[in-house]
Design a binder for this molecule. Structure first.
Ligand SMILES: *Cc1c(COP(=O)(O)O)cnc(C)c1O
Length: 397
C-alpha cells in the first residue's frame, strides 16, 4: 500500500498537519454495507466493538457517535451528575471539560506537567474535595499520563477514572494499552485522529455494568426495543462508520509505525537547536504521536532577519517566536497546528462560568509555546526532511 497515493491532500504541494488514509479496503467495506440494506447500528458495529476491545485488551467496547459522546456517556454510566466534581486539565480539546458540564457536574482544573503535557498528578491530590467523584486524565498528543500514580490517588479517594484516550489509540503504559487502565477509556475516530470512521467514538471498560449502561444511554435508555429504562440519547454509530473502523483498526499498527518513524527523524534532526524542545517520552510509555509537538521557548532569540521584525513587533515574549516559526513553515508549504492556543479555563464560555480568574501557569505558558508538526502516515521521508530543513534554516542551525 503506498500511503502517499491514498492520503487525502489539499494540494499537491502542502504537507498537511493531518490526513485520513483511506484505501480500497475501506471503500469496499462501505460499499458492501451500502448494498446490504442495513445501514444503522448492527452487525458491523458489533464486530468493530469486539475487535477494538481485543486490540485494547479490555472485556467490553461500546461504539458511539463521537469521542465527545464517549466521554459524556462514560461519565453518565459511571453515575456522575449534578453536585459532583470532576478533576481534569485545561490543556486539552474543549470536549473533555464540556462532557463534564453536559452531565451537570463541575469540571475542576489542575495544571499539566511541562515535560509530557499531561496532568500533574500531585495537583490532583491537592484538588480532591469531598465532592470529587472522578478524574479525567487526557493522554495528550498520544502519550499516556502517569497512570500508576493517578490510580493510587484514585484508590485512596475512591475516584472513578475516565481516560480521555481520544488521541492515544494503541499507546501503552507499562505494557497496558491506553483506555485499559482506568474505570473506562474513551476514544475518538474523528477524521484527524490516528484511525478514523469519519466521526465516531468508543468506550472501553472491564466493568460490565458500565458497558451495559453505556449501551442503554447511547440508545435512548432502552434495554429492549421500545422499553426505556432511563433517559438516554441517540449517540449510536452506524454500520457504515463501523465498516471503515474495522479496516482502519487493521492498519493502525502500520499507521503508528510510520508516525513514530517520522517523529524519530524529527527528534534526531531538531535536537540541540536552541529555543526548541522536542517531545519527551517518559519511561515505560509508548507514544503514538497523534501530534508531534515541539515547544518554542523564547529567551535568547536565535533568528536572523526575522529577529529585527519581531523586535519591532514588540519583542519575543509570549509566543512571538513560535508564531513566527509557524508562519515561516506555512509559507514553505508545511501545515502546522497549535493544540491548543487557549487553555479551557480561559475560553470565553468558561470565563462566563466563573473560571476566568483561575491561574494555571504551565498550561497558559505551553499554549504560547507548543507547535505541532506533520508526522501522519502520509508524510514521506522527503517531506519530513523538508520540515526539519526549514526549521533548522529558520533557527540558524
Ligand atoms: C478529538 C478529541 C475529543 C473529542 O472527540 P470527537 O470525536 O471530536 O468528539 C476529546 N478529547 C480529546 C483530547 C480529543 O483530541
Amino acid at each position: 500500500m503506498r500511503l502517499r497515493e491514498i492520503a487525502m491532500r489539499a494540494s499537491a504541494e502542502n504537507i498537511r498537519i493531518s490526513s485520513p488514509i483511506i484505501g480500497e479496503e475501506e471503500i469496499e467495506s462501505v460499499k458492501s454495507v451500502m448494498l446490504s440494506g442495513m445501514l444503522a447500528q448492527g452487525a458491523c458495529v458489533r464486530e468493530f466493538e469486539r475487535e477494538f476491545a481485543d486490540f485494547t485488551g479490555v472485556e467490553h467496547a461500546v461504539a458511539v457517535s463521537s469521542g465527545t459522546a464517549a466521554i459524556h456517556i462514560a461519565l453518565l454510566a459511571a453515575g456522575i451528575g449534578r453536585g459532583d466534581e470532576v478533576i481534569t486539565t485545561p490543556f486539552t480539546f474543549i470536549s473533555t471539560a464540556n462532557a463534564v458540564l453536559f452531565t451537570g457536574a463541575k469540571p475542576v482544573f489542575v495544571d499539566v506537567r511541562e515535560d509530557d503535557f499531561n496532568i500533574d498528578v500531585e495537583q490532583v491530590n491537592e484538588a480532591v474535595s469531598r465532592r470529587t467523584k472522578a478524574v479525567i486524565p487526557v493522554h495528550l498528543y498520544g502519550q499516556p499520563c502517569d497512570m500508576h500514580a493517578l490510580m493510587e490517588i484514585a484508590e485512596d479517594y475512591d475516584l472513578i477514572v475516565i481516560e480521555d484516550a481520544c488521541q492515544a489509540h494503541g499507546a501503552e503504559y507499562h505494557g497496558k494499552k491506553a483506555g485499559a487502565i482506568g474505570t473506562a477509556g474513551c476514544f475518538s475516530f474523528y477524521a484527524t485522529k490516528n484511525m478514523t470512521t469519519g466521526e465516531g467514538g468508543m468506550i472501553t471498560t472491564d466493568i460490565k455494568e458500565i458497558a451495559d449502561r453505556a449501551r442503554m444511554i447511547r440508545n435512548h435508555g432502552s434495554t429492549s426495543k421500545y422499553t426505556h429504562e432511563m433517559l438516554g440519547f441517540n449517540m449510536r454509530m452506524t454500520d457504515i462508520c463501523a465498516a471503515i473502523g474495522i479496516s482502519q483498526l487493521k492498519k493502525l499498527p502500520l499507521f503508528t509505525m510510520k508516525r513514530r518513524k517520522n517523529a524519530e527523524y524529527l527528534t534526531e534532526n531538531l535536537k540541540n537547536i536552541p529555543n526548541i524542545i522536542t517531545p519527551v517520552i517518559k519511561d515505560g510509555r509508548t507514544h503514538v504521536f497523534h501530534q508531534y509537538t515541539i515547544r518554542v521557548v523564547s529567551d535568547e532569540l536565535q533568528f536572523s532577519h526575522e529577529r529585527r521584525a519581531s523586535r519591532s513587533a514588540g519583542g519575543a515574549e509570549g509566543g512571538v517566536m513560535r508564531d513566527m516559526l509557524a508562519d515561516i513553515l506555512r509559507r514553505n508549504g508545511v501545515e502546522v497546528g497549535i493544540y491548543y492556543p487557549i487553555p479551557v479555563h480561559k475560553q470565553p464560555l468558561y470565563r462566563k462560568l466563573g473560571y476566568g480568574d483561575i491561574s494555571l501557569p504551565v498550561s497558559e505558558r505551553l499554549a504560547k509555546e507548543v507547535l505541532s508538526l506533520p508526522v501522519h502516515p502520509g508524510v514521506e521521508r522527503s517531506d519530513i526532511e523538508r520540515i526539519a530543513d526549514v526549521i533548522r534554516d529558520t533557527m540558524n542551525c
